[in-house]
Ligand binder design. Structure first.
Ligand SMILES: [Zn+2]
Length: 335
């Protein structure tokens, strides 16, 4: 197996190419744009301008809120609700997509942040059978189901924003999630900012979006002219700093372990499927971004991924059963 000499990505990673020195195209893209991607001041200016414009537009249209924040119960979305309300002074509507994978831990954190921050909140739950169909299909074709939660989470944020005339959606994708497949500036913040759901999903799914749109497979809400900002594309803060901040400010509950995504009970299944299908853990591309940024060494990332591989290679039979039960189209068990 060949690996990038800089970030350690394997040759099986989607879309990867190596130059003569064995450096991957993702590293070369990052290096080419490092100045922009790491210039905190100018990125912050862009964010502030967008926020001010949104405030202005919400005022002009008499919208009941300035922005929608998708709230999962994890640290990143919780942190953003805090920042948008307290630091930026926006009227925030928090929106949770009820996917049936929420944990008690995530629910407690949602309750806590809503009580402490006094923001309005709505939960959206879509047609159960339809949701199961999406999950089953996605697992069948791509051995992945996170994409379904991503899509519908953002879909409902955009839909709610459109319905109430709210001009802005803020999301909690990490820098790793934003940059993990970036080889050009199209759809990548801060180079390009999306003004609608289709633009936004291009950032995550690339050309697949065009195909799904052409075939009419997915509703991209073409009428919804909503600006979307990824908070962490414009702010530099580590995971540990985020957690410390929340513990101090709102008595946030840390997850028990270092395993990521404590707000989703099926995360181990997502990891297992990724390792079986692609041979590497879910956060492989995300950690490579941190290596490029100098926040991790290649060796540290490789040790974390080795651990992930060991942990998720085998899956707990009970969890597996619960998962397939939850996504099964023929069953209608309450998840
Ligand atoms: Zn690389």
């Amino acid at each position: 197996m060949k690996y990038c000499t800089k970030c350690g990505l394997p040759e099986t990673y989607p879309g990867i190419r190596f130059d003569e020195e064995g450096v991957c195209n993702f590293c070369n893209f990052y290096d080419e744009h490092r100045d922009t991607l790491e210039d905190q001041e100018s990125r912050h200016r862009i964010f502030l301008e967008e926020v001010e414009q949104a405030k202005q537009r919400a005022k002009e249209t008499n919208a009941p809120y300035d922005c929608v924040v998708g709230l999962s119960g994890g640290k990143d979305s919780t942190y953003i609700v805090w920042q948008m309300k307290k630091t930026y002074g926006l009227r925030v509507l928090a929106v949770t997509f009820q996917n049936g994978f929420h944990t008690d831990y995530g629910r407690r954190n949602i309750d806590n942040v809503l009580q402490k921050l006094d923001v309005d909140h709505i939960t959206v739950r879509m047609n159960e059978k339809e949701l199961r169909r999406y999950y089953s299909k996605c697992v069948g074709v791509m051995k992945n189901f996170c994409a379904v939660c991503f899509h519908f989470g953002f879909y409902y944020c955009h839909q709610v924003a459109e319905r109430y005339g709210i001009p802005l959606v803020i999301n909690g994708r990490t820098k790793g999630q934003i940059m993990q497949f970036a080889v050009n500036t199209r759809g990548i913040e801060p180079f390009e900012i999306s003004r609608g759901l289709k633009d936004f999903e291009y950032q995550m799914f690339g050309d697949l979006i065009e195909l799904l749109d052409r075939r009419g497979k997915v509703d991209y809400l073409p009428q919804a002219k909503v600006t979307s900002l990824s908070y962490f594309a414009y702010h530099d803060i580590t995971e540990e700093e985020t957690m410390e901040f929340l513990v101090k400010e709102i008595g946030w509950e840390r997850p028990d372990s270092k395993v990521p995504h404590a707000d989703c009970w099926a995360h181990a299944m997502a990891e297992h499927l990724s390792i079986v299908k692609r041979g590497y853990p879910v956060r492989t591309g995300e950690l490579a971004v941190l290596v490029r940024r100098g926040e991790l060494t290649k060796e540290e990332a490789s040790a974390i991924l080795k651990d992930d591989k060991k942990r998720y290679k085998k899956i707990d039979r009970q969890l597996e059963g619960r998962f397939y039960n939850r996504i099964s189209v023929s069953k209608s068990v309450q998840a």
